[in-house]
Write a protein that binds this ligand. Structure first.
Ligand code: AR6
Length: 189
C-alpha cells in the first residue's frame, strides 16, 4: 500500500518495527520512559541498554513525558538511526481528549524528526495495543494527522511508513489511507 503526499511516499508494511530501517522509528512508550511491553518492550530488547540509559536521563531531567509529547534517543543496536518516544492516550471512552492527544503524538514525532533532519520515519499503531484505542478510530486519526502534517511540510520527508504487527490492523490502516487518498482525488478534480 503506497500513496504520495507532496514529495513524501506514505507506505504501510506488515511486520516488526524493530527490524525496520529508517532514519527514525517511533516507540509507543509510557510516561515513565522506562520500558514496558508491546512495541516498547521489543524496541528495548532488540536495541540494547543504550536506549534505556538515555530514556532514564531524559526522565530524570524533565520528569514524566506527558501524553502527546515526544523525545528522541539514539537507536542502540537497531537499524534505525534514532528512536522517537511518544506516549499515546489511554482509551477511556473518547471524552477525555483521546483524539486530540493521539493527533499530537503523530505531530510531535514529525516535528521532532523535522528538527533533527530525519527524512524517513516509521510509526507503529500508537495506543491500539495495551492502551486500548479502538483501531478504526485510531487509524483514521493517525493517517489524517500525518497526511495533514505532510501537506503543511511538503518537502520535509522522503518516506513515512506504518509498520503494523497484525493483518487486521494493516487492513484497517489501508482502508483509512485509501479513504484519504480518494478524498484528495475527488477534491482535486
Ligand atoms: N512492531 C510493530 N508493532 C508492534 C510490535 C512490533 N514489534 N509489537 C506490538 N506491536 P502497544 P500502546 C503493535 O501495546 O497501545 C507498553 O507497555 C501492537 O500489536 O505496544 O500505545 C508501553 O510501555 C499494537 O497494534 O502500545 C505502554 O505502557 C500496537 O503495536 C503501553 O504499552 C501498539 O501496541 C503503550 O500502549
Amino acid at each position: 500500500m503506497r500513496s504520495t503526499v507532496g514529495k513524501t511516499t506514505v507506505t504501510l508494511e506488515l511486520g516488526d518495527i524493530t527490524g525496520h530501517k529508517a532514519d527514525a522509528i517511533v516507540n509507543a512508550a509510557n510516561s515513565s520512559l522506562l520500558g514496558g511491553g508491546g512495541v516498547d518492550g521489543a524496541i528495548h530488547r532488540r536495541g540494547g541498554p543504550d536506549i534505556l540509559a538515555q530514556c532514564r536521563d531524559i526522565a530524570a531531567n524533565q520528569g514524566p513525558l506527558p501524553p502527546g509529547d515526544a523525545v528522541s534517543t539514539n537507536a542502540g543496536k537497531l537499524l534505525a538511526r534514532r528512536v522517537l518516544h511518544t506516549v499515546g492516550p489511554i482509551w477511556r471512552g473518547g471524552d477525555e481528549d483521546e483524539p486530540e492527544t493521539l493527533v499530537r503524538c503523530y505531530r510531535s514525532c514529525l516535528e521532532l524528526a523535522r528538527q533533527e533532519g530525519l527524512r524517513t520515519v516509521a510509526f507503529p499503531s500508537i495506543s491500539t495495543g495495551a492502551y486500548g484505542y479502538p483501531i478504526d478510530q485510531a487509524a483514521q486519526i493517525a493517517t489524517g494527522a500525518v497526511v495533514g502534517f505532510l501537506h503543511e511540510h511538503p518537502a520535509s520527508f522522503d518516506r513515512i511508513t506504518w509498520v503494523l504487527f497484525e493483518e487486521k490492523t494493516f487492513g484497517v490502516y489501508a482502508s483509512a489511507l485509501s479513504a484519504i487518498s480518494a478524498g484528495k482525488r475527488s477534491s482535486d478534480s
